[in-house]
Design a protein around this ligand. Structure first.
Ligand code: GLN
Length: 545
């Protein structure tokens, strides 16, 4: 029997609802249950693929090529369950589906309305494409009371009613702020938020109370009584040092037990739970054996949500090497007018992540050159790989005007717009006039590794890997020979040999560029091998300086 846990948020945004959902998923999984996590986003964009990282943060790409909310990254990192297209939906997608049906005449002349047509489409999404999961956790984006969120809240209210309390549970994540002037915790915002939820027909069963201070028993009692929940179901969710301590902290506060009790799973609630994998991670993060300094040179460095998975994958690389990874985020544009040595001299490794557009690109090229010439470990991801190839073309192979068609027409398009490629046997085609949304090379594609290269060594001589992609341009295969002769090896290619996937400089301590996004697949308990190897190289580098 599949049970549904609906997670809403109140009082303010940015409470970390996604992390809370992921941590609860991890706890239930640690108890041996099969879980799946889903996110409903009430905004009108069809998906976040065309949104600015400043608006939305990172776009998380799934194996099946969906551009999704970054919370799916948390879900996958905490549970290891690969996220799918059917795990994230927006109001935009729901409405387009309803409108397509309306145009087709599927509603047989009826008036198409939010209730029941939109709410039915939402319910269908929540319950569709499941695979005998024990628990499906469904997070609703935004904050209770948002106008655009209403159809979603109404849909989960209806589902709760249809499924009954033995199969549905409502968790409300809320804020209990501490007022310095009064010297106490304030429960009023939470009371209001729970009332708001009640006004749309949902009684919270469990409250996760985010707070910077301990919630004393009397405040817990007060919250329970005003919000109409059991005292044991008021779960303090205090700030912790690392996000990977959240499952341990929730377990200590009794969250998983309360969830199971709600579902009358008393026997399961009594069973011991093995959280050793989380304990091990927390211990390494608390007591690392050393540290390395990594510079990440990008464009959205003042909004770290834009690089969420990257940030986490670097932490995972640190876990694998038992070191703390100190990140220095550097805006690439500064290298268009200043010498990289000034800000990068003390770095043990440099990473240039994915990106779009011309702004700051020359700065990144200067950084790739600095790393190559100074023999500092360099990791280029997607755009960071393409720009490293342009750098090598210009300065190793002597193609002075080497560039990418992303920056305008060019004679020497070392990087060019990809107009057709092979996806599992079918040819995908694009042209200059294609829509911007959902038209990149997206999702998992295989990559063949060339024997005897560094990358092949990193993957223990595995012949082929599968990695997730999100890009429109591609390294031009016709420059392969000329670049290889100049010292840049093509160590990974698409199975048809047409698309360069990985480049490396054999005569360098660690210089690797990948066309895909390995950060999307890394987990704290299974760090991605390329990140593990990069941080290992940075550890070696830190001993040199
Ligand atoms: N802008 C480049 C492209 O579209 C790189 C994209 C990326 O880094 N994700 O190919």
């Amino acid at each position: 029997m599949t049970r549904f846990i609906f997670i809403t948020g109140g009082v303010v945004s940015s409470l970390g609802k996604g992390l809370s959902s992921a941590a609860l998923g991890a706890l239930l999984q640690a108890r041996g249950f099969k879980v799946r996590l889903r996110k409903l986003d009430p905004y009108l964009n069809v998906d976040p693929g065309t949104m600015s990282p400043y608006q939305h943060g990172e776009v998380y790409v799934t194996d099946d090529g969906a551009e999704t909310d970054l919370d799916l990254g948390h879900y996958e990192r905490f549970t290891g369950v690969p996220a799918k297209r059917s795990d994230n939906v927006t109001a935009g997608r729901i409405y387009s589906k309803v409108l397509v049906k309306e145009r087709r005449g599927d509603y047989l002349g009826g008036t198409v309305q939010v209730i029941p047509h939109v709410t039915d489409a939402i319910k269908e999404f929540i319950t569709d494409d499941l695979d005998n999961e024990d628990f499906v956790l469904v997070e609703i984006g935004g904050t209770v009371g948002d106008i655009e969120g209403l159809p979603f809240v109404e849909a989960i209210r209806q589902l709760g009613n249809e499924l009954g309390s033995e199969r549905a549970l409502f968790v409300h994540v809320t804020l209990v702020p501490y007022l310095n002037a009064a010297g106490e915790l304030k429960t009023k915002p939470t009371q209001h938020s729970v009332k708001e939820l009640l006004s749309v027909g949902i009684q919270a069963d469990i409250m996760l109370c985010r707070s910077e201070h301990d919630i004393p028993p009397d405040a817990r009692r007060k919250l329970a009584s005003f919000c109409n929940v059991q005292e044991d179901s008021v779960i303090p969710a205090l700030d912790v040092e690392s996000i990977y301590e959240v499952p341990l902290s929730y377990h200590r506060e009794g969250l998983d037990v309360q969830v199971l009790r709600h579902f009358r799973m008393e026997e399961d609630a009594q069973k011991p739970v093995n959280l050793s994998r989380w304990e091990k991670i927390a211990k390494i993060l608390r007591t690392p054996e050393g540290e390395v300094n990594i510079a990440v040179v990008g464009k959205y460095t003042n909004l770290l949500d834009a690089y969420k998975s990257l940030n986490e994958a670097l932490v995972h690389g640190g876990i694998a090497n038992k070191v703390r990874v100190n990140l220095k985020w550097v805006e690439s544009e500064i290298f268009e007018s200043s010498d990289p040595v000034l800000s990068l001299e003390n770095c043990d490794g440099i990473l240039v992540p994915g990106g779009f557009g011309e702004r700051g690109a020359e700065g990144k090229i200067a950084v790739a050159r600095f790393a190559r010439e100074r023999r500092v470990p360099y990791f280029g991801i997607c755009f960071g790989m393409q720009l490293a190839v342009i750098e090598a073309a210009r300065n190793l192979a002597g193609i002075k005007d080497a560039s990418s068609t992303e920056f305008g027409p060019t004679e020497n398009a070392v990087i060019g717009l990809m107009t057709e490629w092979n996806r599992g046997g079918t040819i995908e085609k694009r042209d200059d006039g294609s829509d911007l949304g959902g038209t990149m090379r997206l999702g998992a594609y295989p990559c063949r590794l060339v024997e005897g290269t560094k990358i092949s060594n990193i993957f223990f001589n595995q012949p082929e890997i599968s990695e997730r992609h999100r890009h429109r341009y591609e390294v031009n295969i016709s420059y392969k020979k000329c670049l290889e002769d100049a010292g840049l090896a093509f160590s990974g290619l698409s199975p048809d040999g047409l698309l360069p996937e990985i480049v490396e400089i054999p005569d360098h301590p660690w210089f690797v560029g990948v066309q895909f996004h390995p950060e999307l697949m890394s987990k704290p308990f299974a760090p991605h091998p390329i990140f593990t190897s990069f941080i290992e190289a940075a550890v070696t580098q830190s001993r040199l300086v």
